[in-house]
Design a binder for this molecule. Structure first.
Ligand code: OAD
Length: 247
């Protein structure tokens, strides 16, 4: 923890890359952890394979599991974790170049982060799968909460703009992959780094600049980092907030 404190304390252009592990303390399940969504959802929704939940081909056949999962997430009325708050405090200090999150739970925004890229998209907008008409979350939220699959005036299903397997990530993501933001520390938080191309961004950054990975479990990429802490992220955040001046 002390070496991590030194790394974080010295960095002035931090790029943060986050995954589901930053939100588990808020009540969101991660995907591949011991209690992860891919273990519980397969059985709950009788999926042919766990990732079907976010698979375009499966969604076209049966959008109900995804919308039920969405409804349950909205019902949780989530609040940011201490670690989301740490990331925002660092931004307030002018030390964040960019936060890249794979998460679709909107908790970085709720914590106040502005320099934020949601590389797996977001619920804020949605598109008709037929005529591509754009919708906002407020247009489809009531349907979702009433267990009705949202439909366009043309009759086709309206899908929130969260990135599914089989879809491209937002253009901005490919831009930063080509042209990374200024960075003297890549801080990787709560991700197995198992899903490409998002993880490629973090791994390519880690090959170029000092890197710190904080994750409860080992990842397949620990050996590619300068420093790895196998820690709960809120314990990490609590320590950093107590030790770092003005954070
Ligand atoms: P994973 O579930 O693959 O990894 C989350 C990691 O967070 C695990 O390795 C956990 O050990 C760790 N973790 C959980 N709680 C933690 C805590 N309190 N403190 C520290 N670490 C903790 O989730 P992601 O890497 O985010 O994509 O998954 C990447 C993508 O896979 C998701 O964005 C999603 C999914 O398929 C799409 O749906 C497109």
């Amino acid at each position: 923890m002390e070496t991590a404190l030194d790394l974080l304390g010295a960095a002035e252009k931090i790029v943060v890359f986050t995954g589901a592990g930053i939100s588990t303390n808020c009540g969101v399940q991660d995907f591949r952890g011991p209690e992860g969504l891919y273990k519980t959802a397969e059985e709950k929704y009788h999926l042919p394979y766990p990732e079907a939940l976010f698979d375009m081909d499966y969604f076209r056949r049966d959008p109900h599991p995804f919308f039920d999962l969405t409804k349950n997430m909205f019902l949780l009325d989530l609040l940011p974790s201490l670690c989301h708050k740490l990331v925002f405090r660092l931004e307030q200090q002018g030390r964040i170049s960019l936060v890249v999150t794979q998460n679709i739970d909107m908790l970085h925004q709720k914590a106040g982060s502005i320099k934020l890229m949601e590389c797996h998209g977001s619920y804020e907008q949605a598109h008709c799968l037929g005529c591509r008409k754009e919708y906002l979350l407020k247009d489809i939220e009531e349907s979702i909460m009433n267990d009705v699959v949202p439909r366009c005036s043309c009759g086709a299903v309206v899908k929130p703009d969260v990135v599914f397997f089989g879809e491209n990530l937002p253009d901005d993501f490919y831009r930063i992959l080509e042209n990374p933001p200024p960075c003297d520390l890549i801080l990787i938080l709560g991700t197995s780094l198992n899903v490409q191309p998002a993880s490629l961004f973090a791994l390519e950054m880690a090959a170029k600049v000092p890197s710190l990975l904080v994750n409860l479990q080992r990842t397949d990429y620990d050996s590619q980092m300068d420093l790895v802490l196998h820690s709960d992220l809120d314990l990490f955040a609590d320590y950093m907030m107590k030790k770092l001046p003005q954070v």
